[in-house]
Design a protein around this ligand. Structure first.
Ligand code: HEC
Length: 218
């Protein structure tokens, strides 16, 4: 190899190393990351223009509003969260809201009706780590609402943290789904999963997104 070739080879290696290091310096940049992963080499799909383009329009902020971008108030650790009270307890829509959010954010791991059989985990079936528990399992039913909230917010093992992606009320709605009886939960998730006769998956997806927006606006 000629020395110029060798030099450019080294330059390339140094440039690539620098890219990785600088990329790693930006976890949690709220403009392009939820902070869920310690190293963000590429921005998360959620912040991609092609995903953003499909999001529903947003109303502009009221005149006197103050920008609060830049983060979220961190949820307490699981050990300190046992006594937190679910502010959505008694909210008639909380279960449906939780089911809609579950379909988008959790079902790929925890399964379509929370049976612990999501397609992501089936693919990684031989992986030597705890699998996503079934929501009806002892492990999950013995969590207090506050502990479930802390685990969804902070993540657990291979489960990512959701506090940068879902606001507090959304996470509490998921806790309502976790706290529901197995029969109520299965019914709510089946309703969300069902595609009506003559309707396409995409039509169902759009209906779900609109309904979620409606529930969030209340
Ligand atoms: C990437 C796959 C994945 C996704 C997505 C995921 N989970 Fe999990 N979840 C897991 C795994 C794996 C565990 C077990 C972690 C362990 O034991 O190390 C777990 C554990 C849990 C627990 C028990 C935590 C505890 O403290 O015992 C709850 C509750 C839970 N998940 C709820 C949810 C909810 C709600 C969502 C959607 C917002 C979700 N999960 C999304 C994989 C996932």
């Amino acid at each position: 190899m000629s020395s110029t070739k060798q030099q450019s080879m080294w330059l390339l290696i140094v440039a690539m190393a620098a890219m990785v290091i600088f990329a790693a310096c930006e976890p949690g940049d709220p403009g392009r990351s939820t902070g869920s992963y310690p190293i963000d080499i590429f921005q998360e799909m959620h912040y991609n223009q092609s995903v953003k383009a499909q999001e529903p329009p947003r109303f502009s902020a009221p005149e006197d509003s103050i920008p609060v971008s830049g983060g979220y108030i961190a949820a307490p650790a699981k050990a300190d969260a046992a006594d937190l009270v679910n502010p959505l307890a008694g909210d008639a829509n909380a279960l449906e809201r939780g089911a809609l959010l579950y379909k988008q954010n959790c079902s790929m791991c925890h399964g379509a009706t929370a049976g612990g059989d999501g397609y992501v985990w089936v693919k990684f079936g031989d992986y030597p780590a705890p699998t996503p528990p079934e929501f009806a399992s002892v492990r999950i039913t013995q969590l207090t609402p506050g502990e479930a909230y802390a685990s969804v917010s902070n993540g657990a093992g291979f489960m990512p943290s959701f506090q940068g992606l879902l606001n507090e009320a959304d996470r509490w709605a998921l806790v309502s789904l976790i706290e529901a009886t197995a029969a109520e939960r299965t019914a709510a998730l089946n309703a969300v999963n069902t595609v009506a006769a003559g309707e396409t998956d995409i039509e169902n997806e759009i209906k779900r997104a609109l309904r979620l927006n409606e529930l969030r606006a209340n």
